[in-house]
Design a protein around this ligand. Sequence first.
Ligand SMILES: [Fe+2]
Ligand SMILES: [Fe+2]
Ligand SMILES: [Fe+2]
Ligand SMILES: [Fe+2]
Length: 411
Amino acid sequence: MNPFELKPKTLDQCFCDWSCLNSKPYDKEEISPYTKLRIVLMNGTEYESVNFLHRFSRNCDNNDIRRSIAGVRRVEQQQQKRIANLKPLNENILEHTIAYEHLAVDLTALLAQREKNGYVKQALDFALLEDFDHLYRYADLLEMEQGVKAQRLVGEYAEIMPGRPTISEHRHPYDSIRYHIDSKNSDMLTVLNTMIITAAEQQTMNYYMNQGAFYDQSTLGRQLYTEIAMIEEQHVTQYGSLLDTNCTWLENNLMHEYCEAYLYYSCYMDESDKRIKAMWECLFEQEVSHLHAAKEMLKRYEKKDWESVIPVGEFPELLSFHSCKDYVRQQLESVSLTADRENYVDIKEVPKNSDFFTYQSIVNPKAADVASHRVIDDYIDKKGIDYRYQIAEHPIAELRNRHKDNISVGR
Ligand SMILES: [Fe+2]
Ligand SMILES: [Fe+2]
Ligand SMILES: [Fe+2]
Ligand SMILES: [Fe+2]
């Protein structure tokens, strides 16, 4: 599929009425976990589009360009509403959070497995173990406070057990910046992977920023959102710093639209729900229009062909969701890594006077006050052992004990 070869719709053909924007919600008991993950992913992708286009407009002194992107942005907003309204009324904040962290786990693992740039792959593998741990902490909170087993929500596609303990993930901000890629000399999948994961993690960050204080079951739950939201800030910093910093706004615009078109086409090909599949197809067609508009602006205002940014228009390998349990198990071997400036090192090699330990001593002076640890501690106090879903024993010996939460691995 080469979206540059398709005939685009006009802007007016892309606008929708209210009945279209107020999508009929899915049935939370019936929906496939991967359909839900695609919905969360594409909602986050549209947030990135809308915010990117606002930032672009505020940094541009040409009103013709600003009008053009206002047109596209109106459609991006409508797309986001169609997707967001698929979430049913009876799916609460925490149940929906499980989908966010399940997406973070499976999406990161899928992107890491196809990533050819070793440095980008390391970044994915590193954060994978952290979102994997978030899934476990939220799952225990969900079971403890609402009696809902997250295993049912993830459809047994992902295991639920400790990763790099969240308490060990709090690093100094100076250790989240990575080297950026050079998109013109990178494989297209590397460019797409970095953009896709940045948008997804950014949406998780936004979600916790907005929803955390609305969690109404307990103070401990609110505190867990506060703590994990701070890690999502680290993840967005890490992934955002990988993005190419040397593109012009119009080049970046073209890449954004290409990425959206690629994702909707992937969703369309991967989707099992007939109604939602038809929606992905419609949204893909709208992205084709955005892409062509982006291509024309690049040509008109910078005299550049789209091929100078995207050398091959044909989509690379599409994104298709499947379980990555074995891959995550292998990666757990690296659970004791931390970040040191642009690189990753085993915690045993980090000097005691490093930024990592200074920051840890400031934010985590008492483990008993750290929500991610307390959730598991409280759960074990009430029920004897923590809540997990494992297909075999935990690959890391230190993380096997279900009667005591480990707070020493990785710090
Ligand atoms: Fe869009
Ligand atoms: Fe997370
Ligand atoms: Fe994350
Ligand atoms: Fe778009």
